[in-house]
Design a protein around this ligand. Structure first.
Ligand code: 13P
Length: 346
């Protein structure tokens, strides 16, 4: 096990005030995002959008890692530098989504994640592009009958296998079990499901002898279903999330970086911030690894037009800065209406 290499990566990715940008949308997901601003999805428009984000001045102050999608490894910035190299030059660690998407269990809405076959070989290829960490996402659907024991066990098993293979190849695994926000379920149901899921994931990681202090967890927050009536407020989400994490996550895990999972950008920032103002001692670093909650305002500002690039980069930088402040419990709601330069780190 190349422990020194893994430890060095963890050191570069667990930095006070910083978090991770997930920019690893598959072609299908990127196409959906671009369609929302009426931009046709082509290799070139996806490259332009990634170029906008990854060349935003000063993001290295708030972002220490970026998760990329395979096609982006071969793409270059406007100035002709391969994206992973550009990130490395900026002091940001490049990483890569290595799962190959979701497949349905027969006759069920439940899903498992594809991509274990040939993973080791792919990791070696990604390392040659400069990637130092990887990501694998499993999903859990909350309905009256799901998630089932079978889906919870299978996904935990695959997450652990993936994490083990990553570590053997010197890549830090981001383990992402996402309890989906879709549905009318209560926050209590989400708490119960998340607890079961995380218990099973850490039991599987242990069985596979995954080195926990060289692993990053990317969980969903404990939150009411998107269509639930009487959705729980910011304080409740923060409390229940920390409660479930303390009950299930080993203290030697270095970092927990949340996904945003369909929360609005403001919600995702407020929830993270509240976790840091609860007056609870957190044994791990607690930060973000958002895609939509970091990108959406920038995507809207861009609209696929060159003349909007600077405005879009400002919107992106602002979200990165507000989330950075949230990791230190220094975000306040009034910052949402301020210009970027007026948001002062106290
Ligand atoms: P969201 O923050 O948009 O949920 O995306 C995070 C992610 O990486 C999904 O796999």
């Amino acid at each position: 096990m190349p422990t020194q290499e893994l430890k060095a990566t963890i050191k570069d990715m667990v930095v006070v005030g910083k978090g991770i940008l997930a920019a690893d949308e598959s072609v299908k997901t990127a196409t959906k995002r671009l369609a929302s601003i009426n931009v046709e999805s082509t290799d070139e428009t996806r490259r332009q959008y990634r170029n906008l984000m990854l060349t935003t001045p000063e993001i290295e102050k708030y972002i220490c890692g970026v998760i990329l999608f395979e096609e982006t490894l071969h793409q270059k910035s406007d100035s002709g530098v391969l994206f992973p190299k550009l990130l490395t030059q900026r002091g940001i660690v490049p990483g890569i989504k290595v799962d190959e998407g979701l497949a349905e269990f027969e006759g069920s809405i439940e899903q498992y994640t594809k991509g274990l076959e040939g993973l080791g070989e792919r990791l070696e290829k990604y390392k040659n592009y400069g990637c130092r960490f990887a990501k694998w996402r499993a999903v859990y659907h909350i309905t009256e009958n799901t998630p089932t024991e079978m889906a919870i066990k299978r996904n935990a098993h695959d997450l652990a296998k993936y994490a083990k293979i990553c570590q053997e190849h010197g890549m830090v695994p981001i383990v992402e079990p996402e309890v989906l926000i879709d549905g009318t379920h209560s926050i209590e149901t989400c708490h119960k499901v998340t607890e079961k899921v995380l218990r099973e994931v850490f039991a599987a990681l242990k069985r596979e002898n995954v080195v926990i202090d060289c692993t990053i967890l990317k969980p969903s927050m404990v939150i009411s279903g998107k269509e639930a009536s009487n959705r729980a407020g910011v304080d409740e989400v923060a409390r229940q999330t920390i409660k479930v994490l303390k009950a299930t996550v080993p203290y030697e895990l270095p970092s927990i970086n949340f996904l945003s999972g369909g929360q609005t950008p403001q919600e995702a920032t407020a929830h993270l911030n509240r976790m840091h103002t609860l007056n609870e001692k957190l044994p791990w670093y607690v930060s973000f690894s958002y895609a939509r909650a970091l990108q959406d305002p920038a995507l809207k500002a861009w609209q696929g037009k060159d003349e909007n690039i600077s405005k879009a980069q400002q919107a992106f930088l602002k979200r990165a800065k507000l989330n950075s402040l949230a990791t230190m419990g220094r975000y306040t709601e009034d910052m949402e209406n301020m210009d970027l330069d007026m948001v002062v780190v106290q």
